[in-house]
Design a protein around this ligand. Sequence first.
Ligand code: KG4
Ligand code: ZN
Length: 333
Amino acid sequence: MKDVYILAVESSCDETSVSIIKNGFEDIATVINSQIDVHTKYGGVVPEVASRLHLENITMVIDECLERANMKLEDMDAFACTYAPGLLGSLLVGVEATKALAFIYNKPLIATNHMMGHIYANMIGNKLEYPLLSLIVSGGHTDLILMNSENEFEYLGQTLDDAIGEAYDKVARILDLPYPGGPNVEKYALQGEPTYKMPNILNDDSYNFSFSGIKSHVNNLVHNEHQRGNEVNKYDIARSFQDCVTEHLVDKTKKALLNYNLKTFLISGGVAANTHIREALKSMCDSIGVEMHMPEKKYCTDNAAMIGAAAYVLYKNKQFSPLSTNAQSHIRL
Ligand code: KG4
Ligand code: ZN
C-alpha cells in the first residue's frame, strides 16, 4: 500500500503544534510552540491571549514542520486538526488554518477529537492489540474507556468533579508552586515523604473518579496550619497527595481490567508524563499479567503527532469532514 502522510495541527489549549505523521505511527517531524512562559505570569491559561498567540504562530509552526521534514504541502495525503474539545478561540485557529490547506490542496480534511488523539499517542512507534482498556489523565479529563476494536470507545467511568490534572494544578497553587502545576508537584513529591493523612477517595464499585475532595482537603490543611502560625512541609504534602491520587487511579483501573478480563492497558494525557503514576500502574499491570503501553513523555502532553496518529485511523475509514466543520468546546468521543 502507498505510504500515507498526514499533516496534523493541534491548538486546543496553549500549545501550537504541527506534525507530519507517516502511516499513523511514524513521526516524521513535530514542532511544538508552547505558550507556557506567557501564561505563567497569570498563573494559568488566559483564553484570549492563547488564541491570539496561536494566530501569530500557526503559519510559522507549519513552515518549520515542513522544513524539518524536508517535505512540501503538496506531498500530504490529508490535513488533520483538533476540532474538539478545548478552548473555542484556540481551536478555531487550528481548524480554520487546516480547512484552508485542505481546500487549497484539494485533499481530505480530518477533524479529530483531542481525546482520541491522546489515546492514539500510544500508536506512535507501537502496535496495539484489541480489546484494551484506555485511561486518559489530562487537565480536563480522567476517563476509563473500553475499546473492543480500533475506533470504538465505550466509557466505563470518568471523573465526577475535577480532572486529575486540574487537581495537580490546584494543589500547586495552594503550595505556591508555579504554573503548570503538575510537573512541579511531581518534583516536590520526589523529595518528600507521605507523612500527611489524606482522605479515602470514592471507594465504591463504580469505575468513576473524584478529585475535588482531596483538593479541598489539601486546601484546608494548609489554611489551618497557616492560621496556627505553622509552616507546612510542601514536599511531604506533594508526596502525600501524589500517593493518594495514584492509589485511586490504580484501584479503579485494576478493577476494570479484572472485571472485563482485559490483557492490554494504555495510559495517555498530560498526567501520564508523571513517572510515579507510570511506574505504579505498570507494576499493578505486571502483577495481574496485563501488558501496559504508555506514550513517550513528549507525546503525553499536548502535541500534534498524536492528532496525526488518530487522524490516520479516521483516514483508513474514510471518515473525512466537510469544509463547514466548526470547532466545539465540549464533545465526547
Ligand atoms: O493533556 P494535557 O497536556 O492537556 C489537556 O488536554 O488537558 O494535560 C495537561 C495537564 C496539566 O494539568 C498538567 O499539570 C498535567 O497535565 N501534567 C502533569 C505532569 N505533566 C503535565 N501532572 C502530573 N505530573 C506531571 N509530570
Ligand atoms: Zn490534552
